[in-house]
Design a protein around this ligand. Structure first.
Ligand code: PRT
Ligand code: ZN
Length: 293
């Protein structure tokens, strides 16, 4: 029987959440410690555990059909390969958030990309940095480094860096200031962008539908409340992202109804207070575990 392979990062910032996403889709694996291959038990999808940098090329080379990797890494490979056919983002995921930013020594007078023409910019993302700068008409001298980019200005090998930032702690510890965000990145699910062979495509479609269900459920809440019939219109306006709420009669009180709704946006205390203000009572907000449209 045909199977799919998904590559995820073996150990790093994306590992845990990549695995958790697949597990939320009902995938279970026979884990083999230290091995790179986990066999999918209930659903014919196997895991490859590798370095994140290898994932785009594994998809392009046909080693696996899918992979979860940062957009920063995937875009670097695509640009390096002149547009990189055989790699395409299928779903943006809500983890691995970071930004590729320009940073300069605290004492530097450079205040953004426009001060970098002809200057040396150290980065582990040479193709992406060159592309993003040249879109602004800036031609910098890219100094490609394998790691520890943040120490390059102090060593005198670069005037600026283009590096990933999340909290900014690393920059501060190295007396660098962030002067411009070049690229916002999250983790994403990548595939080849082409239709798979007939035996595999239905499997991919099923997996994508489950992933969509998980992503939607993460954002959604199930809200239940009691409300006067007269306030229904106002209440429907307040419920964030709710489509077609369900109305139910409340035994013995014909002017009050129970409202149930799936809200596809965050439900905050402010919403609950506004609902109460509009006449709602007995308001309950429940997490949604699974969803299939
Ligand atoms: O071993 P392997 O090659 O698989 O792992 P890796 O060390 O290359 O990658 P890893 O696990 O560090 O990062 C994997 C992915 O996580 C990256 O490609 C990004 O898409 C995403 N990500 C999110 C980050 C960060 N946040 C991040 N802060 N990747 C790296 N960093 C680094 C950054 O390079 C800098 O050194 O963290 C430092 C800055 O962090 P702050 O919080 O001090 O600003
Ligand atoms: Zn890496």
């Amino acid at each position: 029987m045909s199977r799919l392979r998904v590559a995820i990062q073996k150990s790093g910032r994306l590992s845990e959440k990549s695995l958790a996403l697949l597990q939320s889709c009902g995938l279970r694996f026979a884990r083999s410690k230290d091995k790179l291959f986990w066999y999918g038990k209930d659903f014919p999808v196997d895991l490859l555990l590798v370095r994140d940098d290898d994932i785009p090329r594994m998809i392009m080379g046909g080693v696996c059909e899918l992979g979860i990797v940062g957009e920063n890494v995937a875009n670097e490979v695509m640009l390096d390969r002149n547009g990189g056919t055989g790699l395409s983002s299928l779903r943006k995921l809500d983890f691995g958030h970071c930004r590729l930013s320009l940073a300069v020594p605290e004492s530097s007078g450079i205040s953004g990309a426009d001060g970098l023409d002809g200057k040396r910019v150290a980065t582990t993302y040479p193709a992406l940095t060159r592309e993003l700068l040249s879109r602004q008409g800036i031609e910098a001298r890219i100094v490609e480094l394998a790691g520890s980019v943040e120490i390059a200005p102090g060593l005198g090998t670069a005037d600026a860096i283009a590096d990933l930032v999340s909290t900014g702690t690393t920059l501060r510890a190295n007396h660098l200031k962030e002067v411009e965000v070049l690229f916002e990145s999250t983790a994403a699910l990548y595939g080849t962008g082409q239709a798979l062979p007939e035996d595999k495509q239905p499997l991919l479609d099923r997996l994508l539908a489950r992933i969509d269900g998980v992503l939607q459920a993460q954002e959604s809440k199930y809200v239940m409340l009691h409300a006067p019939r007269a306030a229904l219109e106002r209440i429907a306006e307040i419920l964030p992202g709710a489509e077609h709420p369900t109305l139910m009669e409340l035994e013995g009180t014909p002017d009050r109804v129970a409202v149930h709704a799936v809200c596809r946006e965050g439900v905050f205390w402010e919403h609950l207070e506004a609902l109460k203000g509009a006449g709602a009572s007995a308001i309950l907000v429940l997490p949604v575990e699974k969803m299939l449209a």
